[in-house]
Write a protein that binds this ligand. Structure first.
Ligand code: PMP
Length: 286
């Protein structure tokens, strides 16, 4: 449960926290966000999340609302006030509030900053990883700049709803050439029968996941063969293992895609190993 939310310099009770109706995040999804894992009360991979936040803001020409150090203090204070040991911390920055009009507002507008933290049930997440998750594939109807972490998430919301309707826990978007781009809120990976791990290269079609990047460090460190190239749905269906990565789920096994079992239909051995060693390579905040 979230008790306290940071909004524009104030720590407010959850029920009283809000932003203006003409906030450009609300009106235009003119906003970006980050979600970091909280593990043992510490933020996982804060540096990479802050790097991506700065990049997303830069691409939208929104000013950094405060220094990285100050933002880090806000994250930590929100985690502390909500007594989160295991969970997530969410940060959103919008262009700010201005009378509704498409062009960027003239003059200085103060970005809106919202931060909240929430506990995640460890046991439930582990149970999910033990069983593995099912995927539904869908055409990728998102825009051409999926590398920017904007709050424009309606295609992901619809995809998750479609997945849920079929008993799947995540959706994988597929480009017009039949190649998987990424998950609705995760990056997509397969392990070929040869043992080679495959994931789509970073570019405009996917969000450069922080978990994805840290997992690449794990693979380098462990000398596990790995390649960045697009893979098709057919390749995924024939794969030995499949998994997704995200800050909220770290490395999560995929056991079925469009109702077809992957491998023997249980979480793969390599996937389980990567999940167990992931945090060894991740940065933990003080
Ligand atoms: N792709 C998309 C579309 C996402 O929404 C997310 C999660 N925010 C990811 C990938 C995974 O990124 P990260 O590992 O930084 O959580």
């Amino acid at each position: 449960m979230t008790r306290v939310v940071y909004v524009n310099g104030r720590y407010l009770p959850y029920a009283q926290a809000g932003v203006h109706v003409e906030d450009r995040g609300f009106q235009f999804a003119d906003a970006i966000y980050e979600v970091c894992e909280v593990n043992g009360g510490r933020i996982v991979d804060e540096t990479r999340h802050m790097d991506r936040l700065e990049r997303s803001l830069g691409e939208l020409r929104i000013a950094m609302p405060m220094s990285r150090r100050a933002l880090g203090l806000v994250l930590r204070e929100v985690i502390r006030r909500n007594r989160v040991r295991t969970g997530l911390v969410y940060l959103q920055v919008t262009r700010g509030t201005a009378p509704r009009d498409f062009p960027f507002p003239a003059g200085e507008v103060t970005p809106t900053v919202v931060c909240l933290a929430r506990r995640v049930d460890d046991a439930r997440r582990d149970a999910r990883a033990t069983n593995g998750i099912a995927i539904k594939t869908l055409p990728d109807i998102r825009w051409g700049r999926c590398d920017i972490k904007t709050v424009m998430l309606l295609p992901a919301v619809l995809a998750k709803a479609a997945a849920e309707k079929e008993g799947a826990q995540e959706a994988w978007f597929v480009d017009p050439d039949g190649f998987v781009t990424e998950g609705a809120s995760s990056n997509a990976w397969i392990v070929e029968r040869s043992g080679m791990i495959v994931t789509r290269p970073a570019g405009n079609a996917i969000l450069p996941g922080v978990t994805r990047r840290t997992l690449v460090d794990v693979l380098d460190r462990e000398k596990i063969p790995f390649t960045e190239r697009p893979f098709s749905v057919d390749e995924a269906l024939a794969a030995r293992e499949a998994f997704i990565t995200s800050a909220s789920g770290t490395v999560m096994p995929v056991v079925a895609i469009d109702k077809v079992p992957i491998g023997d239909g249980r979480p793969g051995e390599l996937t389980r190993r990567l999940r167990s060693i992931f945090h060894q390579a991740a940065e933990l905040s003080p």
